[in-house]
Design a protein around this ligand. Structure first.
Ligand code: ZN
Length: 287
């Protein structure tokens, strides 16, 4: 058993370890995260902006996209992903509303037997993706910051769209709308925090980071080529509070950067976790 697993925090809600990934997210194309209302340019579909007019890359959007990336990759790591839909995935997980309703009484009984039994129950009834991102009965281990804007074209563009008929997949005559996009080459800094991560959590997050580093997409109209991005300048740091030296450093550091220990090469760190997980899965298949 590795430290990651030993200090995963079963039976204890306290902080045992924190792993932080910092990165720059660079958009290769124009992108839009919709505000759900008219844009300031009077276009039909605005983008989210801060009070100063600058585009916003919300942590909730990043987390949602990271979740769907992990869902898509879970199978390759032999991990479960409920997709929040038991019918579709065939995976039992408390995040499926219908499934949770059926087992709620069972959960209540387990909870009455104490914390250990409650956490074991949650562990047994939560898919591997929801262990990372959270479920109705447990907060997730992963947090994603909002993007901090570092570079952008300082202007929002407006593009024309046509309304497509759902059945015929053809344009409906005369029905046009326009929508805002943020031009290409905008760049944000972001960080991802993972608390009390075990090796499976790290393998899953690592696989998602490799994909985002190679290139992915986020936001609206990605099927029209919007929202292509990649990560760069990824850095990895961690504090393990079972180590007294690290614990003292964490508790006494006056600046955020000094609280965690830089782990160096993120690729080899995560590749090792991914290899372990794949080897574990291959071993299980042979049994
Ligand atoms: Zn789930």
């Amino acid at each position: 058993m590795t430290n990651d697993t030993a200090y995963a925090g079963r039976g204890d809600f306290g902080l045992h370890s924190r792993t932080r990934v910092t990165a720059a997210l660079v958009f290769e194309t124009a992108w839009r995260i919709g505000s759900g209302r008219e844009g300031e340019t009077m276009s039909d579909l605005g983008v989210v902006r801060d009070p100063g007019g600058q585009p916003v890359l919300p942590g909730s959007s990043l987390k949602g996209r990271l979740r769907s990336t992990c869902e898509a990759l879970a199978y390759a790591l032999d991990l479960d992903a409920c997709m929040l839909d038991r019918e579709a995935s065939g995976v039992d997980c408390v995040s499926d509303v219908g499934y949770y309703r059926n087992v709620r009484e069972d959960y209540r009984k387990a909870s009455q037997q104490g914390l250990e039994s409650r956490l074991q129950w949650i562990d047994d009834h939560t898919c591997d993706v929801c262990k990372l991102f959270g479920s109705p009965v447990q907060a997730g281990r992963l947090r994603v910051s909002d993007g901090t804007l570092r570079e952008w074209a300082a202007v929002v563009q407006v593009r024309d769209g046509v309304v497509i008929d759902r059945d015929s997949h053809t344009a409906v005559d005369g029905l046009k709308y326009d929508y805002e996009v943020v031009p290409p080459s905008s760049r944000f800094d972001l960080h991802i925090d993972l608390e009390n991560a075990d090796d499976q959590n790290l393998a899953l997050l690592g696989a998602a980071l490799f994909e985002w580093h190679a290139g992915s997409s986020i936001g609206g109209f990605t099927s029209r080529g919007l929202g292509r991005f990649h990560l760069k300048d990824i850095e990895l740091s961690r504090v393990d509070l079972s180590d007294p030296t690290q614990r003292v450093r964490f508790l006494t550091a006056t600046c955020a950067d000094q609280r965690l220990v830089n782990l160096g090469d993120w690729e080899s760190y995560f590749a090792k976790r991914i290899e372990q997980q794949v080897a574990l899965a291959a071993g299980a298949e042979e049994d």
